[in-house]
Write a protein that binds this ligand. Structure first.
Ligand code: FMN
Length: 206
């Protein structure tokens, strides 16, 4: 029977335990990233990039950067979701297809581009906020896409971003927002989600 979306959400847990005997191909991972990029982003900037640490050698290079956390070696792959600080510089490429596909009018697009440029080019903080926001939405989408096909994931901030940027030659505009370990579960992988503060306690209607 198909798992419903609420069930899928309730089943997702952050895991440290992966079946080390099972791997994922580049095509498998690319298919998940293809789902992750369905996430929304401001102005459809799609200001994200994905560094997939996949080979055994690359995992060993990642290990000290992730402070020795064995899960980055045991996982089939670890995906670093970067937010891009310079998404606002690519509006032409992002918006032109909207015009050619008849999804937006050129004059509206010009107005969006001007507004977006003003918003981001004047503030490094807004560039950073937007990078983290977009990467986070893509990261969550990736985790749910993985969960839907029987994989498990572990989001992590336990890594040294400077060391990561240096070791894997991140570009200046790539801000590593979150690291996600990904793979198959073992019989011991936790399957019960930690308790949540009830919705009514974290919500205010106005
Ligand atoms: C932004 C973020 C960073 C996290 N960093 C780590 C981490 O470095 N190491 C770790 O073991 N878990 C990390 N976690 C996992 C959280 O501890 C976990 O999501 C939380 O306890 C709720 O558990 P659940 O995901 O199983 O529902 C992180 C989660 C998020 C969303």
């Amino acid at each position: 029977m198909m798992t419903s979306f609420p069930e899928l959400l309730a089943q997702r847990v952050s895991t440290s335990l992966f079946d080390t005997s099972r791997s994922l191909s580049e095509a498998d991972i690319l298919a998940l990233i293809d789902q992750a990029i369905r996430a929304p982003s401001a102005y459809n900037m799609q200001n994200w990039s994905f560094l997939v640490v996949h080979s055994a050698a690359a995992k060993q290079r990642l290990l000290p950067i992730a402070y020795g956390q064995q899960k980055v070696v045991d996982a089939a792959a670890t995906i670093i979701v970067n937010g891009l600080l310079d998404g606002h510089t690519s509006f032409t490429e992002r918006f032109d297809p909207l015009i050619t596909q008849g999804l937006a009018q050129a004059e509206h697009v010009a107005q969006w581009a001007a507004g977006a440029n003003r918003t981001y080019s004047t503030s490094q903080l807004r560039q950073r906020d937007e990078a983290i926001r977009s990467a986070s939405l893509a990261g969550m989408t990736l985790m749910l896409a993985a969960q839907a096909q029987g994989l498990v994931t572990g989001p992590m901030i336990g890594f040294d971003p400077q060391a990561l940027a240096q070791e894997f030659a991140l570009q200046e505009q790539e801000l590593p927002a979150i690291m996600i370990t990904l793979g198959y579960p073992t019989a011991d992988t936790a399957s019960v989600q930690k308790p949540r503060i009830p919705a009514h306690q974290v919500c205010r209607f106005v």
